[in-house]
Design a protein around this ligand. Structure first.
Ligand code: SF4
Length: 430
């Protein structure tokens, strides 16, 4: 029996694509082994979102080749879409699959093993590629891919060039997959896409942004066996009165939203070509809080964007404090060749970018601590997801990590009284 190993880098969408390809190889009778082990086939879902991701992708290819010089290495994902045939020059790489043809990964691997060196990198699709997953036994939280591509072209981002135009998965397909996952005992689903905010925009006229997303959430909320629904990264434009009035009624929809901001400075947002203004962002967050006053609101921030002045950096920190995020993901700006921002004037030094990032991270820790303290002494539903040294670890709807020292189920919500001790949230099951 042939063996294979998988390494998936980058975002949830890339992880999902890798899972779909993994399941194709399993259904062809291949046996999966750890990536650290010798295998006949290595499938690497590459990432190219930053220079570091490129390096990491190549490192994993070289590591696989060292592990088994005779193995077929399959380079899939975003770096593969970007570099295409060039990756076939790397020792061991015998198949390159970009951001399309992933639904045929199993067949392409068989052909490549039959000796046909192949690049299956093509022009990017304009329709959603029918990928599916289903073998997620024993997983507590699983990403459900509902959307592909992006047409925003933010000035620093390479993704639209490697993932292509927006494509939405048919609503019925999403519901069917969620039912499959629930039937396999997966209690929590995370809706994921490259630009979730665009879901449905290519499927027909929407009366307001996110209308079809709200429709999908309602249908997922009705599925027996789905206990919690989360959403991947959003833009503020979705958080309209119409959208929130509809989804706030859904009892399984976790009160946690990741709304990407990137900068709190109006002038920097303009140079980033982001699709909202500072005040517009704040208005949408106000609407969200009108329906979910205690919601966890996390975000992504880019520190040290080209030309960012001390004043702009200060403006960003003030705005982040004003919004009062529950969690900040901070990234020092990383120039991506081929993007407008990479050739912008005023590129900051690595030290300066890291210093700005450190400032933002410190503010983020402060805000996170203040946010979690609000839940001390409250009763919350917890989904436990793993056990470590006899301690059961789970998360509330607001994505707060809690610990419990008695055995807990991993397949349903448990009502718990929370107590904060030394920055650790303890859960007492009621
Ligand atoms: S919205 Fe902007 S940052 Fe996000 S994937 Fe699209 S281009 Fe990139």
């Amino acid at each position: 029996m042939r063996t294979f190993a998988v390494c998936a880098l980058g975002c949830r969408v890339n992880q999902y694509d890798a899972e779909a390809m993994r399941e194709q190889l399993l259904s062809l009778g291949y046996e999966q082994v750890e990536f650290s082990q010798k295998a006949d086939v290595y499938l690497i879902a590459t990432c190219t979102v930053t220079g570091t991701s490129d390096k990491k992708s190549r490192q994993m290819i070289n590591r696989a080749h060292r592990k088994n010089p005779d193995a077929l290495i399959v380079a899939a994902g975003c770096l593969a879409q970007r570099e295409g045939e060039a990756l076939l020059e790397i020792p061991g790489v015998g198949l390159v699959i970009g951001s399309s043809n992933r639904a045929m990964a199993g067949q392409l691997v068989e052909e490549a093993l039959a000796g046909m060196k192949k690049s299956a990198v093509e022009e990017l699709d304009t329709v959603f590629e029918p990928l599916a997953i289903g073998q997620m036994h024993g997983r507590t939280r699983v990403a459900l891919k509902i959307q592909e591509g992006c047409d925003r072209f933010c000035s620093y981002c390479i993704i639209p060039y490697v993932r292509g135009p927006i494509r939405s998965r048919a609503l019925e397909d999403c519901v069917e997959e969620a039912k499959r996952l629930a039937a396999h005992g997966v209690p929590e689903i995370v809706l994921t896409g490259i630009h979730l905010t665009s879901y449905g925009r290519d499927l027909g006229r929407q009366a307001y942004p996110g209308q079809m997303l709200a429709e999908l959430l309602e249908q997922l909320n009705a599925i027996e066996g789905v206990h919690r629904i989360r959403m991947g990264s959003l833009e503020p434009s979705v958080l309209s009165e119409e959208f929130m009035a509809r989804v706030a009624k859904l009892d399984k929809f976790a009160h946690q939203m990741h709304v990407a901001l990137q900068s709190g400075s109006e002038t920097v947002l303009r140079r980033m070509k982001r699709s909202y203004t500072k005040e517009g962002y704040a208005r949408h967050i106000d609407i969200l809080r009108k329906y979910w006053p205690d919601a966890a609101i996390s975000t992504d921030m880019i520190a040290g964007f080209p030309g960012e002045t001390e004043d702009e950096a200060k403006e960003t920190i003030e705005f982040v404090r004003r919004i009062g995020f529950s969690h900040l993901h901070v990234f020092p700006y990383s120039p991506r060749e081929g993007t407008p921002a990479a050739v912008m004037e005023g590129q900051l030094s690595t030290q300066k970018k890291q210093a700005r990032a450190a400032q933002l991270i410190a503010v983020g820790e402060e805000l996170k601590k203040a946010y979690i303290e609000q839940f001390d002494g409250t009763v919350q539903d917890v989904l436990f997801e793993r056990e470590r040294d006899g301690v059961y670890i789970g998360r509330t709807g607001e994505d707060i990590e809690v610990v419990c020292d008695t055995p807990q189920p991993f397949d349903r919500l448990v009502s718990c009284k929370l107590t904060l001790q030394d920055d650790i949230m303890h859960a007492q099951v009621l």
